[in-house]
Design a protein around this ligand. Structure first.
Ligand code: FES
Length: 193
């Protein structure tokens, strides 16, 4: 039988979209989907990689230098390092003797004052001002603040008492106040971090 060109395009009765136009359409949809997937992968990976690069302000805070020349024995200051509070305390002879009179083995977190200070600088106690229980800032660094039953620091959040070496002595905190890495650049300047 002869066929007649009606000038009208017919649909593929199978509905599969086969035929030159159908194939092209499928290819376009496939390529478009792959392109979007690729863009999505890049968009997902970039923030992760970006998060792993320390920002400029974090790098700038990697260490901090503090002038401690004005801190008299018995006084402390609060400073900050990596956005955390830091206590720098100039211990009196009595506070040093108090810390050294404790039997280290009986402590919850056994450390001597010497373990927690630099050689020849036993009077300079430098710790994070972050309670090791749940992270409150303990009292005792500023003038007139309560120092707790052991004369060091007191965390009022749940009642943790730290001694003159900032070691946990009573209350729920599991460990001593953390001593950050630090180094004396001179007798009056200390670098933290
Ligand atoms: S956070 Fe300091 S005692 Fe709980």
């Amino acid at each position: 039988m002869a066929t007649v060109d009606t000038g009208v395009e017919t649909m593929d009765p199978s509905g599969s979209g086969d035929g030159e136009d159908g194939v092209r359409r499928r290819d376009f949809i496939h390529i478009a989907a792959v392109s979007f997937a690729g863009a999505g992968a890049v968009a997902t990976v970039f923030p992760l990689v970006n998060q792993m690069n320390p920002s400029a302000d974090v790098l700038a805070l990697a260490s901090t230098e503090v002038d401690i020349s004005a801190i008299e024995p018995g006084q402390a200051i609060k400073t900050s390092w990596r956005k955390q509070p830091v206590f720098i305390r100039n211990l009196t002879e009595a506070e040093i003797a108090d810390a050294n009179s404790v039997s280290v083995d009986e402590l919850r977190d056994p450390e001597s004052l010497a373990d927690r200070t630099s050689d020849g600088k036993e009077n300079w106690l430098i710790t994070l001002g972050v309670c090791t229980h749940l992270g409150c800032v303990p009292l005792g660094a500023a003038q007139g603040e309560v120092k707790g039953e052991y004369g060091g620091y007191f965390c009022p959040c749940h009642g943790s008492h730290y001694d003159t070496a900032a070691r946990i002595r009573k209350g729920p905190a599991p460990t001593n106040l953390e001593v950050p890495e630090h180094e004396f650049l001179t007798d009056t300047v200390v670098k933290i971090g």
